[in-house]
Ligand binder design. Structure first.
Ligand SMILES: CC(C)(COP(=O)(O)OP(=O)(O)OC[C@H]1O[C@@H](n2cnc3c(N)ncnc32)[C@H](O)[C@@H]1OP(=O)(O)O)[C@@H](O)C(=O)NCCC(=O)NCCS
Length: 276
């Protein structure tokens, strides 16, 4: 899933690892039917159930935005697809490293002994994550990042290209560390921080991190979501404003798609804000 920069490299890794790539899926209808790498953009994400009927069993969520990647990963999982790891042959992964499903390790990435890497993490080109680190699901460690031992990186956090993180530092969830930062001290959840030394500069817009579906029930970020069409305690207008301020397109693309085949009116207003 995806047909941008991450998918470009993910495709090479998949081929190098002997996967047969059926094709690509992209949001933008203008790209449907076009050639991407040596394959075709088959259609939008709504094609997944159809592809499954034709025997497709595995899907890789290959785009950079952390919150969007987690959101689509949970949908892919709820449809019953397996998410394989894509580990480039030149990546170095210590034998005891735990890799969650759907993790993508780009060329030259190094993950050292005792590290745990969550589901749908992207370890980008030539980054290194040292011993006993904990990288939570959906994080993106950008190219050339150096992470020292025993560091924790929170869920859906982006560590910008070329940053350096000192040992024992904890970086929270949904944070964004700007390019070339030197992180000496802990960084809380939900902030943008950058510089040398890295300082918190502003909040990171709050984005939904996961959507899971169990029958008619929808769970958003671990909270029960679909209860007569409302999510208790969630301010949709604020969420939407935050999302748009962050330049996200999730809100614009999700309303057309419900993999369980429900009408928009039946579905969750958090996922389908246009009907909220
Ligand atoms: C941090 C980031 C998200 C931008 O944040 P922002 O708050 O929107 O920053 P702006 O672009 O509005 O810039 C605001 C100021 O911060 C500075 N700034 C922005 N990013 C910076 C960084 N990484 N380090 C130091 N200063 C930075 C700008 O120079 C600007 O300074 P000025 O006001 O003196 O001109 C972005 O610069 C960044 O680093 N993104 C990560 C990119 C990346 O990792 N790419 C990898 C692709 S795989």
């Amino acid at each position: 899933m995806g047909a941008g920069g991450i998918a470009t490299v993910a495709y090479d890794i998949a081929v190098a690892r002997g996967f047969e790539v059926a094709g690509f899926l992209a949001d933008n209808p203008a790209r449907h039917g076009s050639t991407f790498r040596s394959g075709t953009v088959l259609g939008g994400f709504d094609l997944l159930p159809e592809l499954q009927k034709h025997g497709l069993a595995q899907a890789v969520v290959a785009f950079g935005n952390c919150a969007a990647r987690l959101k689509f990963a949970s949908l892919v999982r709820s449809l019953g697809f397996e998410m394989p790891n894509l580990v480039h042959p030149s990546a170095v992964v210590a034998p005891d490293v735990e890799l969650g499903p759907g993790a993508i390790l780009m060329p030259g990435a190094i993950v050292n002994a005792g590290a745990k890497v969550g589901a749908n993490v992207i370890m980008n080109t030539a980054c290194s994550v040292d011993h006993d680190c904990r990288v939570a699901e959906g994080a993106h460690i950008a190219p050339g990042v150096r992470i020292s031992g025993r560091v924790t990186i929170g869920r859906a956090t982006w560590v910008g290209v070329g940053s350096v993180v000192l040992e024992d530092v904890n970086i929270g969830a949904n944070a964004l560390i700007g390019a070339g930062s030197l992180v000496l001290k802990d960084i809380p959840d939900g902030v943008v921080a950058y510089g040398s030394p890295a300082k918190v500069v502003r909040p990171n817009a709050r984005l939904p991190l996961s959507v899971e579906r169990f029958g008619d029930t929808v769970i958003v970020d671990g909270k029960l979501c679909m209860e007569n069409g409302v999510i208790p305690g969630v301010d949709f207008a604020q969420l939407r404003a935050d999302t748009q301020a962050a330049g996200e397109t999730i809100w614009a693309t999700l309303p057309d798609w419900d993999p369980l085949g429900r009408s928009a009116e039946e579905a969750c207003p958090y996922c389908y804000p246009d009907v909220a």
